[in-house]
Write a protein that binds this ligand. Structure first.
Ligand SMILES: Nc1ncnc2c1ncn2[C@@H]1O[C@H](COP(=O)(O)OP(=O)(O)OP(=O)(O)O)[C@@H](O)[C@H]1O
Length: 405
């Protein structure tokens, strides 16, 4: 079908009272960013809808991008017609023929912002209903839960017709809820946590710890590749890689085995909080899930969380692994996450870490380190890359073979 525009309905933001304008403004910006590869589009935000005029661009490709923009409740590809009934009949029939299979049930639903138009909403519904009795006798009218609704919008400049309402990504426009740092490992959970943070409107920057030569380039590239999977939801994402080798080696040489994991995590959190403060981040997001592994018991969280008062958001904390995997598959991070590149935490993991570390002992063992010096050197080695969805960081087959050899 040759659609003329995509009509976008706002999500939760329509309930936000006087913040509404700011929310619509941000959504407008995010949609513009997501659709930057389609130069002919005209995007017009209005009070209760946003209109994307296609001007010849491919509606299917535009909708594929739109489906990943948070803050959209639903959208409808629409046909624009002149405000005369002969034109409306012709276009409505073409649209119904193409999108509504034989024998379906349907209803006509008209909205009118131009009250000067010759037919009111009831008259328009009846007029089109009569027209389809003659031209699509296979269809049956059904007011409650029809298979299809032919939506007719009578606006000042034209009439718009649509038969499809496609569910959007929901949530809130990214950026309306401030910025946070996502602690991104190469695993399954943290990318899912990032997805949920973005969905609530939080703009994220990735913080990834790596430990060459113990961790390979492939492990680092895998974390970057995971970032490309979340980038379509955010436009682009800053990836901050933090060298962690010196810290891990020092901890291994200084701290008793049972507390290696806890003290490592404390240092990771300290560094992430320091980066957040420097870069305007208001919170930290991670992929911890209660009880999943030794470092994720509540006692462990107490011993690790101790190093900062910054809010730590754990979107997947109460989810089962199977639920997290389902989302990872939906957002297409799962296949990458299960590739077997070692994370720095796994490599330095003691055989039996304390599942219930003691807070005072954690503080004591950490106090044996030159925390300030270690942090200063790690932060001096930080590298920041801006990642977008089209970036490629790994040749998956080749990297896998190298890792396995
Ligand atoms: N190398 C890393 N860089 C940044 N953050 C990390 C790193 N390793 C772990 N984290 C953070 O700590 C959380 C817990 O990590 P851990 O390895 O214990 O658990 P996990 O359940 O395997 O998580 P994931 O599946 O996200 O790796 C991760 O979800 C992530 O937020």
């Amino acid at each position: 079908m040759n659609y003329s525009e995509i009509m976008v309905r706002y999500g939760e933001l329509s309930t936000k009272g006087k913040n509404r304008q700011a929310f619509i403004g941000r959504l407008h910006g995010n949609i513009t960013k997501a659709l930057h590869e389609f130069p002919a589009l005209t995007i017009r935000p209005k009070r209760d809808r946003l209109h994307i005029e296609l001007n010849g661009e491919d509606s299917t490709a535009v909708m594929a991008r739109l489906s990943k923009v948070f803050g959209i409740q639903s959208y409808s590809p629409s046909v624009k017609v002149a405000k005369e009934m002969a034109a409306v009949h012709e276009a409505a029939l073409a649209l119904m023929n193409e999108t509504v299979p034989e024998g379906s049930s349907y209803k006509v639903y008209t909205r009118r912002s131009d009250h000067t138009f010759e037919l009111d909403t009831n008259e328009m519904n009846l007029n089109l209903g009569d027209f389809f009795v003659d031209h699509r006798p296979d269809l049956k009218v059904q007011m409650r839960q029809p298979d299809f609704t032919l939506r007719v919008e009578v606006r000042r400049e034209a009439i718009y017709l649509s038969t499809q309402t496609i569910l959007g990504a929901g949530g809130m426009p990214v950026g309306t809820a401030g910025k946070a740092m996502l602690m991104l490992s190469g695993g399954i959970d943290s990318p899912v946590a990032g997805y949920y943070a973005l969905k609530r409107g939080v703009d994220i920057e990735m913080v990834h710890f790596f430990s060459p030569p113990y961790t390979s380039d492939s492990a680092l590239n895998k974390a970057k590749q995971l970032t490309t999977k979340l980038a379509p939801y955010a436009g682009y994402i800053k990836f901050i890689q933090v060298p962690f080798t010196e810290i891990q080696e020092t901890i291994k040489a200084t701290v008793p085995e049972g507390y290696l994991m806890t003290v490592q995590r404390r240092l990771m959190l300290r560094l992430t909080a320091a980066l957040a403060e420097k870069r305007g981040g208001l919170a930290i997001v991670n992929g911890e899930s209660i009880g999943q592994v030794a470092s994720q018991t509540l006692e462990s969280m107490v011993a690790i969380n101790d190093v900062t008062t910054m809010p730590i958001i754990r979107p997947v904390a109460t989810m089962d692994k199977t639920e997290i995997i389902k989302v990872a598959e939906d957002i297409d991070t799962y296949a990458l996450s299960i590739m077997p590149f070692e994370d720095c935490c796994t490599i330095f993991a003691p055989p039996s870490p304390k599942t219930k570390p003691n807070l005072d002992k954690s503080r004591y063992f950490e106090s044996k380190l030159d925390v300030a010096g270690l942090m200063e050197r790690a932060l001096a080695g930080v590298k920041i890359t801006e990642i977008k969805s089209s970036d490629e960081f790994m040749n998956q087959d080749q990297d896998l073979i190298t890792e396995l050899l």
